[in-house]
Design a binder for this molecule. Structure first.
Ligand code: AMP
Length: 811
C-alpha cells in the first residue's frame, strides 16, 4: 500500500517535472540541436552543423527547412521516414547530390519541395511518384539536358516546376539553357513516355469464369519500358505470360472481390503510364456481417455484404416486410423523421457496408430482424435479434401507440395485405418527459450511490427506465454533480449502459449463474492494492476448482455496502462479469454476499496491473520501481505479445457489444508467462487518479485515452474503444508513460480537439507498422478507424514475424 503511494507520488513528481521541462511550448519531440522547432515546423539554418538530416520523430511536423549545410549530400528513405505528416520540405544551399527512389516514401502528404542550389545532377521521377506535387523547385542544380530530364520538362508544362529551370548541355562545356527550350529528342535521339494499350478495356464475367487481359506497349518506345500488372490485391487464381512488349494476365477462376479496375503500368526513365481494364465480376450476394444493433448516433444494425450487380435490400421484422427508405447518398443525414432508415455505402469496389438505423426505439421494436439481399445471381438472408428495451410493464402492457400517428408502414410479404403499424414517437416523447421528471426525483438518491462508473451514456437507452436515468445523467452530469453533496474522496462517474444490457444473445441463452461462495472458504493472505471502491487482497479459496483443493485468488472488497444502491450495483456487476468469459478477460469466480464486506473473487494475476508492469520493465525502471526486477527491458516481441492479447480481449468484448469506455494499461492485469487480461470494467484507482480529468463537479473522465467525439459529445462506442486501444498501444511501446505526460488535462483536451496525435514511440522506430496501427485507431471519423479484429490480426502477424517471438513461450 505504502509502496504504491510512494510510487504514485514519484509518478506525480515525474509528470510535473516533465511538464516544466517542455518549456518549448507544446511540441512533444526532441528538437535537434542547432535547430528551432515548433509543434509544426523545424528550421535548421545554423551554417554547417549537420551532415545528415536529423532523425526527427514527430507526427505533427508539417514543414522542415534546412539551409547552408555543405556536408548534407543525400536524401534517402530513412531521412524523413518518421515525419508522416510532412507537407513542405526546403533543403537549400546545401550539397545534396542524390535523392534515392524511396526518399519520400513515408511522406505521402508532401507537395512542396524546394531544393534550390544543391548539387543534383541526376534526378529520377521515382521519388515523386504518387505525390501530389504542387511545386518542385530545382533551380541552381546541374540537371542535364538529356532524356533523364524529360519528365521535368513535362512537369514544367504542367506548371509544377518553374520554367526558369536551366539544364546543363551534355557537351562537357558546362553551358546551360532553359530546360523548357531544350529539344531533348534531338539531343538524345528518342525519348518518350511509353504508350500503353490494354485489351479489353471493359469486360463483364460471372464469378468462377476465366478471362484474359492484354497489356501492350505500342510502337517502338525508347528507352524500353518495363511492363507490370498490379497484382497486389488480386484474390482470383491467376497466371501471367510475358512476351517482351506484351503481358497477358489470365484469371482462371475469378472471384467477386476482384471486381473493379485491374491496372497495368509501363515505366521508363521518362515516367510511368498506367491503364486499366474495367472488370465487372457478377456475383451472388453474400452477407459478410450482420451485427446486433448498437447505439452510435442512432441504433444501427450494421451490415456488410458483397454482390454484383448491387443486390436489392429488404428488411423484415418478425417476418413482416419493413417499408424502409434506403440510400447510398454519402451525405445522407440520419437525423431524419423516419423511425427506420437504411443506408449503404461502398467500402471498396465489391464490398458495401450499411446501417439500418432506428431512431428512439421502444420495446415495440424488439424482435427478429431479417436482412434479405437479392440480385440476378441469387439471394441470401441473415437474421439478428434486436432488443432495445424491456416492456416497462409486462403484466399490464401500455396501450399500443397512438393509431393516428403514422410513422412507418410494414407490408406483409407475398400477396400483399397491408398492415399498418404505428410507431410510438409520441409515446417516446412522453416517456422522455416522464424520465426527466423521474431524474429530478431520483437524482439525489442516485448520487448517494456508492459506486460510479466512468463517463456518460450515449443516446439510445431512453426507453429503458434504468437507462433513462443514465442518459439524462450523462447529458447533465456536471450540473447534477454540483447539485449533489458527494464526499470529496468519491469518484463521480456515470453509469456505463453496458451494465444494463443483457449480454450477447447466445450468452444470455446460456445465462451463467453467479456463483455464491461461503465466507469461511475464503482466506485472506495479504493486501494487493486499493481500488477506488475497496481494498483488493490476495486470498486462498477452498474447493474452487475440481482439480485443486485450494486456489490463489484476488478478493475485491466493497466497503460501505450499506450506502445507497451499492449492493444492487454490486450484483449487477457480478452478473456482467459472470457473462464475460474469454482467455483475455480476467476470470470472475463468484461473490460472497453473506455479511460485510461484500466480496468479489477473481483469478489472481501475479504480476499486477499492466501499467506498473511496463514501468518496472522499461528503460526507466530503476527510477520508478522500488522492487528491482532482474528482468531485462521488455523487447518488441514481448510488447507485441501483450498488445495482441489485449486486442483479442477487445475483439471478444466487441462481439458482445460491450463498450468498455476505459481501456488503458492500468485496467489490464498480467499473470504468469506474460499472460495479459483485461481486468477492470470501469473503475479507476486512487493511484491513477491523475489519469482522469474532473469535469464539472466530480465526474472523472480518462481524457488522455478518449477520442474527440467522446471528449466533445460523450459518445462511447466500439470505435471509441478502438481509439483508446491506440493509446494503450502507445502506452505499451512507451513502457507505461502517461499519454501526453507533458501536458495538463486542459491542454490535452485542446490537442484532441485540434487533431494533434501522440508521436511515434521510440520503441516503434524499428516497427513503423505499429505506429501506422496507432494512426489507424486515431482517425477522427470513428467509422474510418481500423476494426479491432483487423488490428488484432495485424498485431498477431507482426508479433509472429518479430525476432524473439519463439522465446516468448519460455518466459
Ligand atoms: P482495482 O480495484 O481493480 O483498481 O485493483 C487495485 C489493485 O489491486 C491494482 O493495483 C491491482 O494491481 C490489484 N489487483 C486487482 N485485481 C487483481 C487480480 N485479479 N490479481 C492481482 N492483482 C489484482
Amino acid at each position: 500500500m505504502y509502496t504504491l503511494k510512494i510510487l504514485g507520488f514519484l509518478i506525480y513528481l515525474l509528470v510535473n517535472i516533465s511538464a516544466v521541462v517542455s518549456v518549448s511550448g507544446s511540441k512533444s519531440y526532441v528538437c535537434p540541436t542547432h535547430c528551432t522547432c515548433t509543434n509544426e515546423e523545424i528550421v535548421c539554418q545554423e551554417k554547417d552543423t549537420m551532415s545528415y538530416i536529423p532523425d526527427i520523430r514527430s507526427s505533427s511536423v508539417t514543414e522542415v527547412v534546412i539551409e547552408n549545410q555543405r556536408d548534407l549530400l543525400e536524401i534517402n528513405e530513412t531521412s524523413l521516414q518518421y515525419l508522416l505528416r510532412l507537407e513542405k520540405l526546403t533543403i537549400v544551399n546545401c550539397k545534396v547530390k542524390k535523392i534515392t527512389p524511396r526518399a519520400f516514401y513515408g511522406n505521402r502528404n508532401l507537395h512542396f519541395i524546394d531544393l534550390q542550389n544543391n548539387d543534383i545532377d541526376r534526378l529520377s521521377w521515382e521519388p515523386f511518384d504518387g505525390l501530389n506535387i504542387s511545386q518542385l523547385i530545382l533551380n541552381g542544380n546541374n540537371v542535364p539536358c538529356t532524356c533523364e530530364s524529360k519528365w521535368l520538362q513535362l512537369m514544367i508544362e504542367h506548371n509544377k516546376v518553374s520554367d526558369s529551370l536551366k539544364c546543363t548541355l551534355p557537351s562537357g562545356s558546362g553551358s546551360e539553357m532553359f530546360l523548357k527550350d531544350a529539344d531533348i529528342t534531338e539531343l538524345d535521339e528518342q525519348c518518350d513516355l511509353p504508350v500503353l494499350k490494354v485489351e479489353p478495356q471493359k469486360i463483364t464475367i460471372n464469378e468462377t469464369e476465366s478471362v484474359t487481359m492484354r497489356c501492350e506497349v505500342v510502337g517502338n518506345v525508347i528507352p524500353t519500358p518495363y511492363l507490370e500488372w498490379d497484382l497486389d490485391h488480386i484474390k482470383s487464381d491467376y497466371s501471367v505470360s510475358d512476351d517482351g512488349s506484351v503481358q497477358k494476365l489470365t484469371f482462371n477462376n475469378a472471384t467477386g472481390s476482384d471486381n473493379g479496375l485491374i491496372e497495368c503500368s509501363a515505366s521508363n526513365v521518362v515516367g510511368k503510364v498506367t491503364k486499366g481494364v474495367e472488370l465487372t465480376i457478377n456475383s451472388a450476394p453474400r452477407i459478410l456481417e450482420l451485427r446486433e444493433p448498437y447505439a452510435y448516433f442512432h441504433h444501427c444494425f450494421f451490415f456488410n455484404f458483397t454482390g454484383t450487380p448491387l443486390p436489392s435490400i429488404k428488411w423484415y421484422l418478425n417476418g413482416v416486410l419493413l417499408d424502409i427508405p434506403w440510400t447510398t447518398d454519402p451525405d445522407f443525414n440520419e437525423n431524419d423523421d423516419h423511425l427506420y432508415l437504411a443506408m449503404i455505402k461502398p467500402d471498396s469496389t465489391h464490398e458495401f457496408t450499411g446501417c439500418l438505423y432506428i431512431q428512439i426505439p421502444t420495446h415495440y421494436n424488439n424482435g427478429n430482424y431479417t436482412l434479405v439481399l437479392k440480385n440476378l445471381l441469387g439471394s441470401v438472408n441473415a437474421t439478428v435479434y434486436g432488443r432495445f428495451s424491456e416492456n416497462p410493464d409486462p403484466v399490464n402492457p401500455p396501450p399500443p401507440p397512438n393509431a393516428n400517428k403514422t410513422a412507418v408502414t410494414i407490408l406483409a410479404p407475398g400477396p400483399t395485405k397491408d398492415v399498418t403499424v404505428y410507431v410510438a414517437v409520441v409515446v417516446s416523447v412522453m416517456i422522455t418527459m416522464f424520465v426527466v421528471a423521474a431524474m429530478i426525483i431520483c437524482g439525489v438518491r442516485y448520487f448517494r450511490r456508492k459506486r460510479r462508473r466512468p463517463t456518460s451514456a450515449i443516446n439510445g437507452y431512453a426507453s429503458h427506465p434504468l437507462n433513462t436515468v443514465s442518459l439524462t445523467m450523462s447529458a447533465n452530469g456536471d450540473v447534477l454533480a454540483k447539485r449533489t453533496a458527494v464526499p470529496v474522496d468519491r469518484l463521480q462517474m456515470v453509469e456505463n449502459p453496458n451494465y444494463f444490457k443483457k449480454m450477447h444473445q447466445q450468452d444470455s441463452k446460456r445465462t451463467p449463474v453467479i456463483r455464491h461462495m461461503k465466507r469461511e472458504t475464503i482466506h485472506f493472505i495479504r493486501e494487493l492494492g486499493e481500488g477506488a471502491f475497496g481494498r483488493v487482497y490476495l486470498g486462498r479459496c477452498d474447493n474452487l476448482t475440481e482439480s485443486d483443493e485450494t486456489t490463489l485468488v484476488a478478493v475485491k472488497t466493497l466497503k460501505d455496502s450499506s450506502i445507497g444502491d451499492a449492493r444492487r450495483d454490486f450484483e449487477r456487476e457480478a452478473e456482467l462479469l459472470t457473462n464475460l468469459q474469454h482467455n483475455n478477460i480476467v476470470t470472475f469466480y463468484g461473490v460472497c454476499i453473506e455479511g460485510d464486506p461484500l466480496l468479489m473473487v477473481f483469478e489472481y494475476m501475479e504480476n499486477g496491473d499492466l501499467n506498473n508492469y511496463l514501468r518496472s520493465r522499461g528503460p526507466d525502471a530503476q527510477y520508478l520501481s522500488k522492487i528491482v526486477t532482474t528482468d531485462a527491458v521488455l523487447h518488441s516481441a514481448k510488447l507485441l505479445f501483450i498488445a495482441v492479447q489485449i486486442a483479442s480481449g477487445m475483439v471478444y468484448l466487441a462481439s458482445q457489444h460491450f463498450v468498455h469506455r476505459d481501456m488503458a494499461t492500468r485496467n489490464c492485469l498480467v499473470g504468469d508467462k506474460l499472460v495479459v487480461k483485461i481486468g477492470d470494467f470501469g473503475m479507476s484507482r486512487d493511484i491513477y487518479s491523475t489519469d482522469y480529468y474532473r469535469v464539472g463537479g466530480q465526474t472523472m473522465l480518462p481524457v488522455r485515452w478518449m477520442p474527440p467525439e467522446s471528449v466533445l459529445y460523450r459518445k462511447f462506442t466500439i470505435e471509441s474503444d478502438v481509439w483508446s486501444f491506440g493509446v494503450v498501444l502507445w502506452e505499451i511501446f512507451e513502457y507505461g508513460k502517461q499519454p501526453w505526460y507533458e501536458l495538463s488535462n486542459h491542454e490535452v483536451i485542446e490537442y484532441i480537439k485540434n487533431g494533434t496525435l501522440l508521436d511515434c514511440p521510440a520503441a516503434c522506430y524499428e516497427h513503423r507498422e505499429i505506429y501506422t496501427i496507432m494512426l489507424g485507431c486515431w482517425h477522427r471519423q470513428p467509422t474510418k478507424r481500423l476494426p479491432i479484429r483487423e488490428i488484432r490480426d495485424t498485431l498477431k502477424k507482426a508479433c509472429e514475424d518479430c525476432p524473439g517471438y519463439v522465446n516468448l513461450f519460455s518466459t
